[in-house]
Design a protein around this ligand. Sequence first.
Ligand code: FAD
Length: 284
Amino acid sequence: MKDTIVVGYGPCGISCAIYLRRYGNDVLVLGKDGGALEKVSNIENYYGISSISGPDLLKQGLKQAHSLGIEVRTREEVLSIEAIDGGFEVVTSVGRYPTRTVMLACGTSRNQWQLGKRFEGYGVSYCATCDGFLYRKKKVALVGSGALMKHELEVLKNLCPDVTVFTDGKPLEEEISPEVKVVPEKITELFGSEKLEGIRTESQSYDIDGCFVALGSASAFTFAKHLGMQTEGNRLVVDDHFQTNIPGIYAGGDTIGGLLQVSKAVSDGALAATAISQFLREKK
Ligand SMILES: Cc1cc2nc3c(=O)[nH]c(=O)nc-3n(C[C@H](O)[C@H](O)[C@H](O)COP(=O)(O)OP(=O)(O)OC[C@H]3O[C@@H](n4cnc5c(N)ncnc54)[C@H](O)[C@@H]3O)c2cc1C
């Protein structure tokens, strides 16, 4: 079991991993891509560096982590985080990793779906593991096209006899059982009076009892829904020690909002690592 799994290898994740490693902890970093820095052409406001491109800064961070012997898996999407005895299991597109603590440094994106907002809690869910049972033996839609959709489908298939995947106009990225119906058209509307009753696409309407959203990649928002973490708007809520309301799960950087800048992400990572080390010491 790892001491900490850090989700994200942006400035917050790598800073956190460096401090954790230097405090003597066993840490693994999992990330699916370079996050916000991949899109930054030039940074001119970071202490000590007059000018650097985002991808170059990212490379420097990875190099520093590797030089400390930190394992960073750079193409591994985290799909869910589950509570287990003594910690958590981080589930990725490749495997499952047990860990005592988790640091969420996953940037700002979240896959909350504007079309689904009206029926959130009234037929629209972001977590098959949490809410799938409510729809057992019912007709459900699963919106998504990638690894997250496939992960949610595995859960739903065991509970609901009738699952239709709606890719919302995107190509299906994952191979799924040919028995599952797939609607590739764009979704135009969710309808219902008090609760969700159906989905309309460009050419047809479908009656459904529930709709699970698994668009894009999992984000801090998805993990929050799975574990019952407190959110405020699109940010995770943490205490003064960067701990969420779930003991052992920490977050920092753009994921918790505030100043969306590299300097703050780096600082959050260092402070969270210090708190995580303390938490681990108290548990040992
Ligand atoms: C166009 C642009 C220009 C900017 N210019 C500046 C600037 O000049 N100066 C400045 O200080 N800041 C700038 N920023 C902001 C800065 O890039 C961010 O504040 C900073 O990168 C946040 O760091 P982070 O580590 O919190 O998140 P990110 O850098 O976004 O890293 C998030 C990490 O989480 C990973 N992740 C997310 N979800 C998953 C998942 N499900 N599974 C696995 N991994 C996951 C991502 O792959 C990534 O590795 C700019 C941002 C943009 C977009």
